[in-house]
Design a protein around this ligand. Structure first.
Ligand code: SF4
Length: 314
């Protein structure tokens, strides 16, 4: 992949107290090593948050076209880490976006986490670049509760290519989960956002990938969330272009969640969505967080993908 421009800045702080969705999931802080993310996914909610996400106007106007690294992140972390923190890294960029392979800031961050361990450190990524740091991750996992959450957005790599063309393939992400687990690391599969998919196939894929509860979240839509972060227009345009608007409709999404829940449970897995789903990342494995999981599936028909049409994305 062509490496997009990497800029550098000095941040005032690196750990941010959380609110909203992430706080509701049980985290106390987030860690974002870079502003902007060159994966540039069409659905990414981050640029819709604008200054709330600490972005500059050029970030939301040119989302995905460059990234700006907070080069003093390790020094700041050294001062800000505390043993009672539950940290999510990161809600605002992929910490293993392609630029990380040049910038190499994550090993320095992990070293600080190793030296000053918080209560919990969660890495959210979709990138096999994380495998570079496997030995360091193993060391960190001996000092803190380290969990790695890998985004699996659909079972169909053709769909993935349309919505997130710069990201790793779905088979590549599954291999990443396998290698991380083989290294003894605690790995979750996060179906977020849920892109057009065959729910039964997606359920099988994620249940086979990890023994942890499966976390889900549909595309964010304004009808359900009048303010704050939401899905970028680019993703809605793709759905319209392929005549698949139902994937951003309230009733269809609710039914989709119920069907995925049913399929995952039929395979012996557990599933929860929204903040409750993400709370699986903060709670002990034996927790009853899922006992009050939203409605189980009924017997209505299964949402399925009508395959992408003849037209290619605009
Ligand atoms: S990887 Fe995550 S942060 Fe980066 S563009 Fe995609 S959704 Fe946004």
């Amino acid at each position: 992949m062509r490496l997009l421009p990497i800029e550098e800045t000095h941040a005032r702080r690196i750990l941010s107290p959380v609110s909203g969705f992430i706080a509701a999931a049980g985290f106390t802080h987030s860690l974002t090593p870079a502003r902007n993310c060159t994966y540039g996914c069409t659905y990414c909610y981050v640029p819709t948050m604008r200054i709330q996400a600490g972005l500059k106007p050029e970030d939301w106007r040119h989302w995905g076209e460059y990234t700006t690294y907070k080069v003093n992140a390790p020094e700041l972390l050294c001062k800000e880490l505390r043993p009672d923190q539950l940290i999510y890294c990161s809600p605002l960029t992929d910490p293993y976006q392609p630029a990380e392979m040049n910038q190499e800031i994550m090993p320095l961050i992990l070293e600080q986490v190793y030296i000053h361990p918080p209560k919990l450190f969660v890495i959210q990524t979709r990138s096999p670049n994380i495998l570079r740091d496997t030995r360091l991750l193993q060391a960190v996992a001996e000092h803190t509760d380290l969990r790695i959450s890998v985004s699996i957005t659909t079972d169909d790599d053709r769909i993935r290519k349309i919505f997130e063309p710069r990201c790793e393939s779905i088979p590549g992400r599954l291999r990443t989960i396998e290698e991380l687990r083989a290294a003894g690391l605690n790995v979750y599969a996060t179906v977020a956002p849920i892109l057009p998919c065959e729910p039964a196939a997606l359920a099988r894929m994620v249940v086979e990938a990890t023994s942890n509860p499966i976390i889900g979240d549909p595309l964010h839509i304004r009808q359900l969330k009048p303010r704050g972060a939401t899905t970028r227009d680019a993703a809605f345009k793709i759905l319209d272009h392929y005549e698949q608007p139902q994937w951003a409709e309230v009733e269809f999404q609710q039914r989709l969640l119920e069907v995925l829940d049913h399929e995952i449970r039929a395979l012996g897995g557990e599933f929860a969505w929204g903040p409750q789903g993400f709370s699986c990342l903060t709670q002990p494995r034996s927790s009853s967080a899922l006992a009050s999981s939203p409605t189980r599936a009924g017997k209505r028909s299964t949402p399925t993908t009508r395959r992408p049409a003849k037209r290619s994305p605009r």
